[in-house]
Structure formats: structure tokens, C-alpha cells
Design a protein around this ligand. Structure first.
Ligand SMILES: [Zn+2]
Length: 362
């Protein structure tokens, strides 16, 4: 356990086995599903629900598209669902681990398992739907553009670039082969009532930026529950990256600014994150994130005493050995810190004769 984690309280120290369900509160269930990445699991939430007089389930997020995830869901349908249907799928954001199986779970999918509507924010649904199209520039050329982006920011090793190229081509659409063609839009500040008649929970939608463009978290005031998605995580920091789709983005201040919305919530809120374990210590965790990024910004600024590319910054921010998946995220993160300093006027950007962009302290 890292020292910061000692400042948080985990009311359930154990973990449910992959695909196993654990009841946290009446009608609120936690399930962990496996992911084939360094980040090897995602938490999904099952809520006892009733819509239009029909008793069933609402789920929050759905896992990537894979036979293993489908089998885990089938097992839950057979046991936990107890003959009741899926009534609604809420996806926090477009990332594959959250949206991957929506096409199978929700209405409109070709081989759908249920006909539940998909509830998402407009930006997240649109991006997911666009990226899942395998044909054309978004799919086939994504690897090429991703490699060009990282090369421009100093990734020089031909082998890594070849892997980025190969991985990027159709990467998203492998994990998210389709996104339902229609959805129900949810927006910041909206209330969503979930639960059987007489035992309804009202969740307030809190939109956050910086990790994804219009990420949705759900807060229930009466139960002091926050389904935080990826915006507040206990063990790892939320990924905040500049990728090729928005190469001059400045997501870090957007993320930190969004976090302040969660400071309005009570400190004794139970946080249900998409990765790691449910925890208490929301305000503490937000303070840790601010401190973490402030410290990283100072380190990056110091490293820019001489011109430095995002690739040059990598060892400053990440001491450990990274695999390719992690390297692309780490480069994206390095660039997010460089851009925060650049937009603030604390570093300037220079284009080298080698085509690489470097940043130098003003
Ligand atoms: Zn995410």
C-alpha cells in the first residue's frame, strides 16, 4: 500500500473474485471484471430498479467486449438478476472498459442480449460511436496519426513507433466494435431516480472534464454515495493525457477544476470508483490529487531548464519500466503537464530541425 492510501478508509478490505457480486448496500451491488491491461480490472455497479412498473436492474458501465466479459455477465444474469431484465445501462464515459459491451447489453445492438436504453452524456456517446466505426480515418488511420503525434513529441525508437502504429489501427473498435445507434442524453445537474417503488435513490449527475470530455459521475445525497467513474480513484491517479485527437489540448487544469465540484459533497461520502476499492476520504483524495499534480508540474518545469520533449520528460515522471500501453498513456500524461505549463506561459514551445517539439522554461 502506498503511504497516501493510509489516509483513506476501505470499509471492505477484501475484493470480490472476478465476476463475483458483492452487496454493498441494499439494492447496490459491486462486481469486478477482468481487463487485459496493466490495469487489470474494472468495477461495475448493479442497482435494483423499477421502470414503467417493471422490476429489473440498472447497471453502471459494462466492461470491454470479450467472450470472458460476456460469460461473466451471463452468469450474473442467471443468478443475481433472478429472472428480472436489464432496464437501463448508464455509461460514465466512452473509454473501452466502460462502454465496450453496450452494443450487446443495450437497445439497438445487432446481437443484443437485452433491449435496455443506454444513458450517456452527449459528448461521450458521440465520441464512442465515432471511434467504434472501424472503416475510414477514425479506425484504419488512427495508428498512423497516433505514431506521428508521439514521434512529434520525441518518441524515436522505431520499434515502439511500429507498435503504436499497429496497435492504433482499430484498437478502440476491437474493444468497442459498436455503440448503440440511439441513446438517452444525461447532463450535468440532472437527477436520475433509481430503485423499486418505495425505495428509490435519487442520483445527481456530476460532469467532470480532463479524463474524458464529458465524464458522468453519480451522487446520491440521501445515501452519501458517489459512483465516481474514473474521476476519483483511490490508488492510482486518474489518467489525464494529450492524445492525437486533440494535440493542443490542455486537460490538466480542466481535470483539477472539475475535482472541485466533488469538494461540495460531504466528506463522509462513500466513493465507488471504477478501479480499486470503495473508500471513504473523498476530500483527502482530492487534496492528494492537487498536491500530486502540483509536485509533477514543478518537476516538469525544472526539467525544462533545457529544451525537453514529452519523451524527455517521461523518466522524470515515471521511474518504473513501462510497457507499450503504459508508455502511450505516460507520454500523453507528460504532454498534459507540459501543456499546462505552456498554456500558463511558464514554458515556451520550440520546433526542432528534427521535427520534434520541445518545451523550455521561460
Ligand atoms: Zn476512463
Amino acid at each position: 500500500m502506498n503511504p497516501l492510501e493510509h489516509e483513506l478508509v476501505y470499509p471492505w478490505p477484501g475484493l470480490p473474485a472476478p465476476g463475483e457480486v458483492s452487496e454493498l448496500r441494499p439494492g447496490l451491488l459491486w462486481v469486478r471484471m477482468r481487463l487485459p491491461f496493466a490495469l487489470d480490472h474494472i468495477n461495475l455497479w448493479l442497482l435494483d430498479d423499477e421502470i414503467d412498473g417493471v422490476r429489473g436492474w440498472t447497471i453502471v458501465d459494462c466492461g470491454i467486449t470479450s467472450d470472458e466479459t460476456k460469460a461473466a455477465w451471463e452468469n450474473i444474469f442467471d443468478t443475481v438478476f433472478a429472472g428480472r431484465p436489464l432496464l437501463r445501462l448508464i455509461a460514465t464515459h466512452f473509454h473501452p472498459d466502460h462502454l465496450g459491451l453496450a452494443h450487446w447489453l443495450a437497445a439497438g445492438g445487432e446481437r443484443r442480449r437485452w433491449s435496455a436504453p443506454l444513458w450517456m452524456s452527449a459528448t461521450e456517446w458521440t465520441i464512442g460511436r465515432l471511434l467504434s466505426q472501424t472503416k475510414g480515418e477514425l479506425g484504419d488511420e488512427a495508428g498512423e496519426r497516433s505514431a506521428a503525434h508521439f514521434a512529434r513529441h520525441g518518441l524515436a525508437d522505431p520499434e515502439s513507433l511500429a507498435k503504436v502504429r499497429a496497435r492504433g489501427a482499430g484498437y478502440y473498435s476491437k474493444l468497442v466494435p459498436a455503440v448503440p445507434p440511439s441513446y438517452r442524453r444525461i447532463q450535468h445537474g440532472q437527477s436520475i431516480a433509481v430503485g423499486p417503488h418505495g425505495a428509490r435513490r435519487v442520483f445527481e449527475v456530476i460532469v467532470g472534464h480532463g479524463h474524458a470530455p464529458e465524464h458522468v459521475s453519480l451522487f446520491c445525497a440521501s445515501d452519501r454515495l458517489l459512483i465516481s467513474g474514473d474521476m476519483v480513484l483511490p490508488r492510482i491517479s486518474t489518467n489525464v493525457s494529450v492524445f492525437e485527437v486533440e494535440p493542443e489540448g490542455n486537460p490538466l487544469p480542466q481535470y483539477l477544476h472539475s475535482l472541485d465540484r466533488y469538494l461540495q459533497l460531504p466528506e463522509d461520502t462513500l466513493v465507488l470508483p471504477s478501479h480499486g476499492k470503495p473508500f471513504y476520504g473523498l476530500h483527502r483524495r482530492i487534496a492528494q490529487q492537487h498536491a500530486h499534480h502540483q509536485a509533477r508540474l514543478e518537476e516538469v518545469l525544472a526539467a525544462c531548464a533545457k529544451p525537453a520533449s514529452a519523451a524527455d520528460i517521461l523518466p522524470v515522471l515515471f521511474a518504473r519500466e513501462l510497457d507499450l500501453h503504459q508508455t502511450t498513456f505516460a507520454l500523453g500524461e507528460s504532454l498534459a503537464h507540459l501543456h499546462a505549463l505552456w498554456f500558463d506561459g511558464r514554458v515556451e514551445r520550440r520546433a526542432g530541425n528534427d521535427g520534434v517539439l520541445r518545451f523550455v522554461a521561460v
